[in-house]
Design a protein. Structure first.
Lengths: 117, 112
């Protein structure tokens, strides 16, 4: 299985809502990532989890809260978002550096298209 | 900070022609350079990558070259087909981290 899956595919939420994005991989990867991608821009790193521990937070506002319940799952909890947070949210996974994945091939999921009204 | 520049931003070619996309990176310690293809409404797909210990890598119609001295790498697509139309992103890994720095993307259009 070489796939990263993400749910939901589309999400529309109000600024007072609480929602969660989900990501799953079964490749045995121990590093998982959240990226944000605006239209016509490259992916922008938000968070990195390595061995289920948060290793990188790119100064993301606290209204985005990541969670890694186990090595296969990654969640992104959303609360009190702003319209400018509307974007494609991408999950990716890779072998962790410590697992011998020194070249960090990252595999992306299809993304969740988020619209904040 | 680390930076990756990518050119051109758009590229239009006739079916069967070749396409070349170029990237320049700033971190001389970077040792891994992937290329991603992103079709409309989809996530980026890894199509080829190159490691700093080689100068060229080929996979059917796609090739990547790396010049470590000049700190640039290029994607070459030969015999282009309409299904090659997409946005292509280059990236460079920050040494000894899980971070990739992406280029700004190239929108490739292949006309039949």
């Amino acid at each position: 299985d070489t796939e990263v899956t993400q749910t939901p595919k589309h999400l529309v939420m109000g600024m007072t809502n609480k929602k969660s994005l989900k990501c799953e991989q079964h490749m045995g990867h121990r590093a998982m990532y959240w990226y944000k991608q605006k239209a016509k821009k490259p992916p922008e790193l938000m968070f990195v989890y390595s061995y289920e521990k948060l290793s990188i937070n790119e100064s993301v506002p606290s209204r985005f809260s990541p969670e890694c319940p186990n090595s296969s799952l990654l969640n992104l909890h959303l609360h009190a978002l702003q319209p400018e947070d509307s974007a494609l949210y991408l999950c990716a996974s890779s072998q962790d550096l410590r697992a011998g994945g020194i070249y960090n091939e990252q595999f992306f999921g299809p993304g969740t298209r988020l619209t904040v009204l | 900070g680390e930076n990756v520049e990518q050119h051109p931003s758009t590229l239009s070619v006739q079916e069967g022609d070749s396409a070349v996309i170029k990237c320049t990176y700033s971190d001389s310690a970077s040792n891994y350079f992937p290329w991603y293809k992103q079709e409309l409404g989809k996530g980026p797909q890894l199509i080829i990558d190159i490691r700093s210990n080689v100068g060229e890598k080929k996979d059917q119609r796609i090739a990547v070259t790396l010049n470590k001295t000049a700190k640039h790498f290029s994607l070459h697509i030969t015999e282009t087909q309409p299904e090659d139309s997409a946005v292509y992103f280059c990236a460079a890994r920050i040494y000894n981290t899980d971070k990739l720095i992406f280029g700004t993307g190239t929108r490739l259009q292949v006309f039949p």
